[in-house]
Design a protein around this ligand. Structure first.
Ligand code: 5GP
Ligand code: MN
Length: 339
């Protein structure tokens, strides 16, 4: 973002505005943390702020400060559309193409509000008036910190904002272990703790609130784990029947793909989750090193994301999707073996 753009945004935010903040569909910790962190900030600046998620999110995020004010577009469509139509400014956070907002795509497209995108995914579309896009960033939450910093306003960060931003940095960095975690990330985390983010409590709220059924589902997933040693690939599948059996709830499969990636000598990991309601197989891909699952997903599974973490979908059956994936591997053999 240029100095001129920062000056214009400062100017824009210097008078009371109607603002709507939107994350991507199926929001994760970074999406919810960033929309709420920005919400608290803009509220302190006396704006009229609404936060609208395309749909619901996992219960391990339902404690974050301000979480109860989030409107859900799929169940509160009329009210949400009215807010979007009346908005002066719309922030789109943690995504960079309208279709990632699911059914909100058309109402966002039609809106004449000033759009501000803050995001760290690859290949942003250019729908926004102001684009703060940086693929080197660990998380959108880290970018919200920088955004507030660019506005010269880090003094306004108190425990509520600090807690929200901590959540997203923690979840998107795999608890500060992925390559995107820099010394600057740690400096920001240190600052957020100083401002009142209770790190032990946050880790506990997100990671240590499993239900018994969720762990049983994890056991089922691990039983389904398959390894293809010659392609340094491991994958997991979960059928709709298995999800029903363990009383699946949104978020229960979050992080499961990482067990496949944790195997020694594995470079590529995938999980295939059957969703009969949407009529798709939802795919999560993870990799180690330079192998780009973003490119793999863009080329074959209608998705995208980052080099080492991406998502996508397939309209084939669970069996045929896995077969398609396995048949693709020989063409990636060199890259997977780093030759
Ligand atoms: P996950 O596998 O945890 O759902 O997502 C991993 C990363 O890929 C996240 O940054 C997420 O935003 C992105 N991602 C997940 N699904 C999709 C998708 O269908 N399309 C695109 N473009 N990105 C996705
Ligand atoms: Mn993110």
């Amino acid at each position: 973002m240029t100095k001129d753009e920062i000056t214009s945004i400062k100017q824009l935010l210097s008078t009371k505005k109607k603002i709507v903040i939107v994350p991507h569909k199926n929001p994760d910790g970074d999406a919810i943390g960033s929309i709420l962190g920005l919400y608290h900030y803009l509220l302190k600046k006396n704006h009229d702020v609404a936060v609208i998620s395309p749909n619901d999110y996992p219960s391990f995020l339902k404690w974050i400060p301000g979480e109860n004010i989030i409107l859900k577009h799929d169940s509160q469509t009329k009210m949400c559309n009215a807010l979007i139509e009346a908005a002066d400014i719309i922030f789109t956070l943690d995504f960079n193409a309208y279709h990632r907002a699911g059914n909100m795509e058309s109402v966002l497209e039609k809106s004449s509000a000033i759009k501000i995108m803050i995001d760290h995914h690859q290949a942003p579309d250019d729908y926004a008036t102001y684009i703060f896009s940086d693929v080197s960033m660990s998380s959108t939450c880290e970018m919200i910190y920088h955004f507030i910093d660019m506005l010269g306003d880090t003094d306004s960060i108190k425990a509520d904002i600090a807690t929200c931003l901590y959540v997203g940095i923690m979840t998107d960095t795999g608890s500060f272990r992925f390559r995107s975690t820099t010394s600057r990330t740690h400096e920001i985390i240190a600052h957020l703790i100083d401002k009142g983010a209770d790190n032990t409590q946050i880790h506990n709220n997100v990671y240590d609130t499993n239900t018994y059924e969720r762990l049983q589902l994890l056991g089922c997933a691990l039983n389904n784990l398959k390894v293809i040693p010659e392609s340094k690939t491991a994958y997991i599948s979960l059928s709709q029947e298995e999800l029903f059996k363990y009383n699946y709830k949104k978020g229960d499969t979050e992080g499961v793909v990482n067990y496949a990636l944790s195997l020694e000598n594995i470079v590529l990991a995938a999980i295939f989750i059957e969703d009969k309601q949407e009529g798709i197989i939802k795919i999560s891909l993870r990799s180690k090193g330079d192998f780009s699952v973003n490119e793999l997903s863009r080329a074959h599974f209608e998705g995208g994301g980052h080099t080492n973490a991406a998502g996508g979908k397939s309209h084939l059956s669970l069996h045929d999707t896995i077969e398609k994936f396995i048949n693709l591997l020989p063409s990636y053999k060199k890259a997977l073996n780093n030759e």
